[in-house]
Design a protein around this ligand. Structure first.
Ligand code: ASP
Length: 327
């Protein structure tokens, strides 16, 4: 996908970047809470913080990130879905908590399509298969052989059922035909700390979280989840080319508000998001971390609604076809 700054077109048309002060309502008159349903220091948290820093400026009010991890993000999403729909509680989450987990839980406390209103896409991130530094495998083939031979003791980390890291690990293990113990965390921020200190063997996590530790030599990268190699990791093969044909997982993240939030509030939040996504400094920072930023067309509430539906349509049958039972 092209990553040029297409927001210039919207700005020229005077649409999405119209001054927020021109809106009729006074919103926002107080700080806005942004629920991130994973622990601080992980990829969802990192993206939320970069984007909301710039969105706060556009809105003229602070956006305060509240990390509410646990149960694969479902606790935080549920709190946001049930919040007062006044624009002062916003959710920033990824497709795992809204689409993937429909196939992984027998019951969910929310309906991601009925209980939430989309604001806009925040960015899509590739994933990377990373291992602890001293795992005896130099490349993907050796990793595969190691995990197959050590299924009783191998452990992989993830951020709970339905998290992005769960989807990445689940599909990987399924295609490798291995049954490995999973170690759940409240987010892959804390999981990454434990991988660096060698407390479990591997994880599939978003590039934005793991790149600094790979580049620092504290963990090993053995494969990327996209069908093309990442410019940040040119020597790391795709998992598809390394042997698991068809393995492809990327994770989109987006902003949502509870159902029945007034339309003008949704418009203002979307305008603030567009302002953040058109800010050169913000863009540069995210692109450097392999985040694929939406174009102006992809950053609308409608596009996010479609994206959510497309992800449900893709992943729910794919997980069922992989033989994974809901819990
Ligand atoms: N996005 C991560 C995952 O789903 C969790 C996190 O953001 O900490 O695994």
């Amino acid at each position: 996908m092209k990553r040029r700054n297409l927001f210039a077109t919207a700005a020229a048309a005077g649409l999405a970047l119209a001054p927020l002060g021109a809106m009729a309502q006074a919103y926002p008159t107080k700080p806005i809470t942004v629920i991130v349903p994973f622990a601080a220091g992980g990829p969802t948290d990192a993206l939320a913080r970069v984007l909301t820093a710039r969105m706060s400026e556009a809105l003229g009010q602070t956006m305060i990130v509240e990390n509410l991890g646990g149960a694969g993000g479902t606790i935080g999403v549920n709190k946001a879905a049930k919040a007062t729909p006044d624009g002062y509680t916003v959710l920033f989450t990824h497709m795992g908590t809204l689409a993937v987990n429909i196939a992984l839980y027998k019951t969910l406390p929310y309906d991601s399509q009925k209980d939430l209103e989309p604001i806009g896409l925040g960015g899509t991130n590739p994933m990377v298969l990373v291992t602890k530094k001293d795992l005896p495998a130099k490349n993907f083939q050796e990793f595969l052989a190691y995990v197959k031979a050590n299924q009783k003791k191998a452990q992989y980390g993830m951020a709970g059922i339905g998290a992005a890291s769960h989807l990445g690990g689940l599909m990987l293990n399924n295609m490798m035909k291995v049954d490995v113990l999973e170690i759940p965390y409240k987010g892959t921020g804390p999981a990454l700390n434990d991988l660096v200190s060698g407390q479990f063997d591997y994880m599939v996590d978003q590039a934005v979280n793991v790149l600094p530790q790979i580049q620092g030599g504290n963990i090993k990268a053995l494969g990327v989840s996209t069908l093309k190699r990442l410019p940040q990791l040119p020597d790391v093969p795709t998992i598809d080319e390394a042997g698991l044909k068809g393995y492809e997982v990327t994770i989109w993240n987006g902003f949502f508000v509870p159902k029945n939030t007034p339309k003008d509030v949704i418009t203002k939040l979307n305008q603030a998001l567009v302002a953040a996504l058109s800010d050169e400094k913000t863009r540069a920072r995210l692109i450097e971390q392999a985040v694929d930023l939406p174009t102006a067309k992809e950053a609308t509430p409608e596009a996010l609604r479609d994206q959510l539906k497309a992800s449900i349509d893709k992943w729910v049958p794919a997980i069922k076809a992989a033989g994974v039972q809901p819990q």
